[in-house]
Structure formats: structure tokens, C-alpha cells
Ligand binder design. Structure first.
Ligand code: NAD
Length: 484
């Protein structure tokens, strides 16, 4: 049986308490995860603190970033192992992991190595009453030990999105992967050792949230800053933990993202893009579209075309060819998604397609599959228009004018992302400017330049990551004033 271990101070660490990791593809057991207790979390934080004072803390930016470039290259060299591990944990198609999760996981080390080498700071020359003047300049210093708490939907990608800039800035990290997806974070430990990352710089502790590794890590006073991606409710708990010791948090949280399709939109582009935004990764993408507003003249055609596209999706195991949809991450998450499928019908939705569990062959029948699902016939007050489902499903609603749709799209406590489809460029800018979100795509979705700010407004997040914005969180900017 595969043992999925903690990685502390450069070594793989077993514990007495273990939990099962089953693949959602067919529910078979793929490994035993060694859960970190308070002792292991303490050891990981102590190792990370010590590493700040060791060779890592003394390296030049060039030395550090050379190592991070090696880490990226080593992930690519072991590409297939990473793909297999990610797909076994999540059930996602290998085609998706090979073009998104793993390449982006590697790219996150390269991009932030470049960012830190090229980021300028401020300089101000200042007059003083004695006429001699003073010079002010700012320098960046690492924050210290960063606690990194991760979700399960894009495990390596979202973890390295934090670990890449944290390490580039000279910090050390203790990562708590999701209990659902422990494998690639552990594999990355091997990569770190192979690339000469000093011991204690990158640590991994496995376990759950409350009364487990997540809580032990976020409440540990040796952790200087906490970066989190996951549900809004969990983010609020972590923010409270961070308040003790006045530690900064970066929170990437849930969404209930709208797409707005105007009648003048290019229908093919809108359908192709919305199919991805609703169903990619089985709808388990924080940026995914769960509400589609379509201008009334286009409504019927749009519903027919999206239904056709959803019904053409090939559902299957990760390694099957041409598969574009896998299972949900777990049986537990499937139960949650199916409860929303039920609730939608109870509240009066018309099911355009899906709504249940697909028939799968052989042992796949034991997996956490659900059908891609489209509803119409409910309004903004319905449960599925308000709550994040995080599954392959969307509610399509008609609208009649621009002001109305802006107000409706914004009528949510979340504020992560929005997509707008129109060929009227002036309208695109006008509407984009009024969306209460952190990210707007026009005639596209999930098109990411990693130098741009990423994060959510309202209850979708606090802070921005990406490019120089990540440096704001992962460094302390210090002003040095020199009297001449
Ligand atoms: P989750 O909040 O259940 O778990 C995230 C992580 O927090 C896990 O590692 C979990 O073990 C840990 N955790 C749970 N309780 C904790 C506690 N009390 N203290 C410390 N750690 C704790 O989220 P999830 O189900 O893994 O991920 C899905 C959610 O993530 C969705 O809401 C999705 O929208 C969101 N998400 C947001 C973004 C973004 O960039 N905004 C990206 C991906 C996912």
C-alpha cells in the first residue's frame, strides 16, 4: 500500500495516525495518508524558522531563483508522475492535468523567479531644514514562515501559486494540502531535495482542518503569515486564527460567478467559452460560471446550444482518450452537489439536461460521478442562484436590459469573477467597469497572464496575488531614511 508521508526538514515523516485516500474514479484505496499531529506541525514550523537563518536566508536572489528554475525543470522532467498522482487523487482527465495543472505548477516557479529579479522599489529624495537633505529607499525582506493552506480542486497549481512567490521572496513555507489531494505536495518534496532546496525551506503536513494539521498550523505563533485558498466559511475561521499574533492573511475564497451574454454576442464563442466555464474540471473551479444571464432574444438558441454541448461531453476515467469530464473529487462532495440538484427541482427548476448520476461501466460505477446539469425557470432568489455548488451545473436566466443585468449579476455576497459576451466594445468596457468582482473576462474565460492581479472582491477574498502583487504579501517593504 502506498504511504503518503509528511515532509519535514527535508525528510519524509511517518505518523501513527493515518487516514485513507480513495480515488473518486472507482472508490478504490490508493494510499494511506500520515496525519500530522501538533508535534509534527511544531517540528515543521521549527524547521522552517531555522531554515530562514540557514543557507536559504543567506542566498542572493540569483542563487535562490536559479534553484527555483531547477524545481520547475524537475517537475517537467517528472511530468508523467505528477499527472498520474494528480489524476488519481482528483479523478480529473489526464488531458486536463497535462495542459493545465502540471505545466502551470512548474510555471509558477519560473514566473515568480523572474518577477522578484525585476521588481523595483521606491526611492525619494527629501529636503530638510538644514539644507543637507535625506534619501529614502525601500527594500524588500521576507515575511518569514508562511503557512500555506490549500484546496483540492487544482492541487499542485494552486499550491505552487503561493509557494512559488513565497520562496522567490526568500520565505520558508509549511504547506497543508487538502486531505483529499495529498499526493503532489508530497512528490514536490522529492523535487525540492533533488534540486538542492535547503532542508526546512519547504515542509508539508497532512491532515484535516479543525483539531488537525490545518488548525495547528494556522494557530501556530511561529507562522508569520497565512495564505489560504478554499471556502469562504473556512477563510473566516482562518482569519480569526490569524488575529492572534496580528498575522497577515491572503484569502482566495468561493464564488458564484455570472456570465452575461448579450444578444449581439458571437454565439459560437459564447457557447464554447461557457461550456468550459461551467463544466471544466467537473465544475470544480473557483472561477467557474454557475449563473448565466442571456439577453432574451438569444435565450432559446443559447439554451439549445449549451444543452447540445453539455450532452456531447465525454465522461470517463482520467486515462481514457477524448474524455473531457471526470468525477467529482469525493463521495462526500458528490452528496453535496446532488443535494443541490434535488433542491433545484424542489424549488421548481426545469432540468434542461442532466440532474442525476450517469451510468458508468464496471468498477467506475463506484466513483463519484454526476451528470453535467443545466437548469432554467428559477430566478435570482433561488438557492442555486445564490449558493456556490462547485459542481458541473449552471442556471440560465433571461434578462432584458443592461442596467438590470448588472444589478442582478452583482446581487451576491461573492465577487470573484465575471464573463461578458458582446461584440459592442464600448458596452464591454462599460459593463466590465461596473462588475463587483476581482476578475472580468470579455468574450473569454480563465485566460490568465500570471503577471496580472488575481483575487476576489466582497466575500470571495482578501488581497491580490500574481506578478508584483504577490510581492506585497510575501515581503515586508522597509523604508530606510538616510540623513545626509
Ligand atoms: P475548504 O475550505 O473545505 O478547505 C480548504 C483547506 O482548508 C483544506 O486544506 C482544509 O483541510 C483546510 N481547512 C478546513 N478547515 C480548516 C480550519 N478550521 N483551519 C485550518 N484549515 C482548515 O475548501 P475546499 O473544499 O478544499 O475547496 C473548495 C473551495 O475553494 C470552493 O469554495 C472554491 O470556490 C474555493 N476556491 C477558491 C479559489 C480562489 O482562487 N478564489 C480557488 C480554488 C478554490
Amino acid at each position: 500500500m502506498k504511504q503518503i508521508l509528511n515532509f519535514i526538514n527535508g525528510e519524509f515523516v511517518t505518523t501513527k495516525k493515518q487516514f485513507e485516500k480513495r480515488t473518486p474514479v472507482n472508490n478504490s484505496l490508493i494510499g494511506m495518508v500520515h496525519e500530522a499531529g501538533q508535534g509534527e506541525v511544531n517540528a515543521a514550523v521549527e524547521a522552517a524558522r531555522a531554515a530562514l537563518k540557514g543557507p536559504w536566508g543567506k542566498m542572493t536572489v540569483v542563487e535562490r531563483t536559479d534553484i527555483l528554475n531547477k524545481v520547475a525543470d524537475e517537475i517537467i522532467r517528472r511530468f508523467d508522475e505528477f499527472v498520474k498522482a494528480e489524476c488519481a487523487d482528483t479523478g480529473k482527465p489526464e488531458s486536463l492535468a497535462s495542459h493545465l495543472d502540471i505545466p502551470r505548477g512548474a510555471a509558477n516557479f519560473k514566473i515568480f523567479a523572474d518577477v522578484i529579479k525585476n521588481a523595483p522599489t521606491e526611492f525619494f529624495e527629501m529636503a530638510t531644514p538644514d539644507g543637507r537633505g535625506a534619501l529614502n529607499y525601500a527594500v524588500r525582506r521576507p515575511v518569514g514562515v508562511v503557512g500555506v493552506v490549500c484546496p483540492w480542486n487544482l492541487p499542485l497549481l494552486l499550491m505552487t501559486w503561493k509557494v512559488g512567490p513565497a520562496l522567490a521572496c526568500g520565505n520558508t513555507v509549511v504547506v497543508k494540502p487538502s486531505e483529499e489531494t495529498p499526493s503532489t505536495a508530497t512528490l514536490l518534496g522529492e523535487v525540492m531535495n533533488a534540486c538542492g532546496v535547503p532542508k526546512g525551506v519547504y515542509n508539508v503536513v497532512h491532515g484535516f482542518g479543525p483539531n488537525s494539521a490545518g488548525e495547528f498550523l494556522t494557530s501556530h505563533q511561529g507562522v508569520n503569515a497565512i495564505t489560504f485558498t478554499g471556502e469562504t466559511r473556512t477563510g473566516e475561521v482562518i482569519m480569526k486564527a490569524a488575529a492572534t499574533g496580528s498575522r497577515p492573511v491572503s484569502l482566495e475564497m468561493g464564488g458564484k460567478n455570472p456570465a452575461i451574454v448579450f444578444a449581439d454576442a458571437n454565439l459560437d464563442i459564447a457557447i464554447e467559452s461557457t461550456l468550459r466555464s461551467c463544466f471544466a474540471n467537473s465544475g470544480q473551479v473557483c472561477l467557474g460560471t454557475e449563473r448565466v444571464y442571456v439577453e432574451r432574444p438569444l435565450f432559446d438558441n443559447f439554451v439549445v446550444a449549451l444543452k447540445k454541448g453539455a450532452e456531447e461531453l465525454k465522461i470517463g476515467a482520467p486515462s481514457e482518450s477524448n474524455v473531457n469530464m471526470g468525477p467529482l473529487v469525493s463521495q462526500e462532495h458528490r452528496n453535496k452537489v446532488l443535494s443541490y440538484y434535488k433542491k433545484a427541482v424542489e424549488e421548481g427548476a426545469t432540468v434542461i439536461t442532466g440532474g442525476g448520476i450517469p451510468k458508468m461501466a464496471g468498477d467506475l460505477n463506484e466513483g463519484a460521478w454526476v451528470e453535467p446539469t443545466i437548469w432554467v425557470g428559477l430566478d435570482d432568489s433561488s438557492t442555486i442562484a445564490r449558493e456556490e455548488v462547485f459542481g458541473p451545473c449552471t442556471l440560465i436566466m433571461p434578462f432584458d436590459n443592461e442596467n438590470e443585468v448588472i444589478e442582478r449579476a452583482n446581487s451576491t455576497t461573492y465577487g470573484l469573477a465575471a464573463s461578458i459576451y458582446t461584440q459592442d466594445i464600448t458596452r464591454a468596457h462599460r459593463v466590465a467597469g461596473q462588475m463587483e468582482v476581482g476578475l472580468v473576462w470579455v468574450n473569454s474565460w480563465f485566460l490568465r497572464d500570471l503577471r496580472t492581479p488575481f483575487g476576489g472582491a466582497k466575500q470571495s477574498g482578501i488581497g491580490r496575488e500574481g506578478g508584483v502583487h504577490s510581492l506585497e504579501f510575501y515581503t515586508e517593504l522597509k523604508n530606510i531614511c538616510v540623513k545626509l
